[in-house]
Design a protein around this ligand. Sequence first.
Ligand code: ZN
Length: 147
Amino acid sequence: MTDPFAPLPPSGAVSGGNITCAQCGAMVPAAEASWSGKGEQICKRCEALETIDEGDTRAAVSILGGGIGALSLGVLSLCINPLLLFSAMAIISGVGTLVVLGRHPEYRQRMAWRYPVAIATSVLGILLALVIPFFLFLGLLGIAMSA
Ligand SMILES: [Zn+2]
């Protein structure tokens, strides 16, 4: 049985147990070759680059998740806010996202449109989270003034 999904080796690609890397075109021993996510045979160097790439993209997406989490918690804190718990969580999530973005400027390019969205959602989340504590503070101030 031959695997119908196996890519056909281009003529001349296999010589002396070597394969041609589908990405950089380098000749590498078949024993050192790997499979790419697209099912092509690639060399170790290209495999490493691909792994870093996927990891970075995942990180970039999770940073955006932090910003959206901050915004959701900020909105939630306006409705339900026992002991200012959701305000605190929104601020932690928003500040955490902004700190990560500040420390990793290299994500800016990889995140593309997610970068400004992550910043905007983090800042908005923090601002929304501050609304209830702000009015509580004003209220306490009012009580203190009238006493
Ligand atoms: Zn390669």
